[in-house]
Ligand binder design. Structure first.
Ligand SMILES: Nc1ncnc2c1ncn2[C@@H]1O[C@H](COP(=O)(O)OP(=O)(O)O)[C@@H](O)[C@H]1O
Ligand SMILES: [Mg+2]
Length: 250
């Protein structure tokens, strides 16, 4: 980390507190500006970098990876700063979005979901993800204090039983972002063009409700309704519930 700092001597480092993954995120202000993400040693960031690269190759807006590195204590990834502002910032504390912002989110979601599944090398189907959920629960990696409000007080293993009991028999597979919530979508506040999809460590082939469920939760009921109209889907409550439950394990 000390060496990393010395490689960007002209940049001002500011910590970013909006993310919720447990990663450390820093904005390196300067020209050009960068973002730095750090985690304790793991392959997480290499996986995210690979997905960013793939997403850009498909013609979707995403930051460019500038460097990927690590030392004995941590791993890091530096990316170019995407212009624009996240939907979370644009919604403010009241979480109110204009139709143009929500329609832009719906359009980029449809564009992502329209990519050919056969070309995507990342597998996030339930056969892969449900065993991962169990491993996370068993390893004590699931934060039980961070459950959605109506699940607070329950244990990760209780939720895993519910997950298995409600697992859908069929998956409607598309390329999913994997954590499609308002802090992870940036757009130009003037033109409403999406400037970047970020935080793509869980991108991969999965049921479209993986994204729809997290977006709906992130937008809140009123804006979610507009989102579904614009995306062109009549929301199915059981599928929303299952994929929101699945997210508790990650
Ligand atoms: N390349 C980038 N360009 C612009 N903003 C970014 C970039 N990377 C991160 N951010 C900002 O930092 C926040 C947290 O980064 P993110 O990768 O989503 O981390 P976390 O995994 O903690 O959610 C984002 O919501 C966004 O506001
Ligand atoms: Mg994020």
């Amino acid at each position: 980390m000390t060496t990393l700092r010395s490689r960007y001597p002209q940049h001002t480092w500011e910590p970013v507190t909006i993310g919720c993954s447990g990663a450390g995120v820093w904005r390196l202000t300067g020209s050009p500006a960068y973002y730095l993400k750090t985690v304790e040693n793991s392959t997480e960031l290499a996986e995210e970098a690979e997905r960013l690269h793939w997403l850009r190759a498909q013609g979707l807006p995403a930051p460019e990876v500038v460097e990927l590195g690590g030392d004995e204590r941590s791993s890091w990834m530096v990316t170019t700063a995407v212009p624009g502002r996240s939907l979370a910032e644009l919604g403010g504390d009241d979480r109110i979005w204009g139709f143009r912002e929500i329609d832009a989110l719906a359009a980029i979601t449809r564009e992502l979901h329209a990519l050919p599944v056969a070309d995507c090398p990342f597998d996030r189907t339930l056969d892969v993800v449900v065993p991962q959920a169990l491993r996370n629960a068993e390893a004590g990696l699931v934060d039980e204090t961070d459950f959605d409000e109506h699940r607070l007080g329950r244990t990760a293993m209780e939720l895993f039983e519910e997950l298995e009991a409600t697992r859908p028999a069929h998956e409607d597979l598309v390329v999913c972002h994997g954590d499609l919530c308002t802090p992870n979508v940036l757009l130009d506040p003037e033109t409403f063009a999406v400037t970047g999809l970020i935080d793509v460590g869980r991108l991969g082939v999965a049921d479209r409700y993986n994204d729809l469920a997290l977006t709906a939760r992130s937008l809140g009921p009123t804006s979610a309704q507009r989102f579904f109209d614009s995306y062109g889907e009549v929301p199915v409550p059981e599928r929303l519930a299952f994929y929101q439950l699945l997210d508790e394990f990650f």
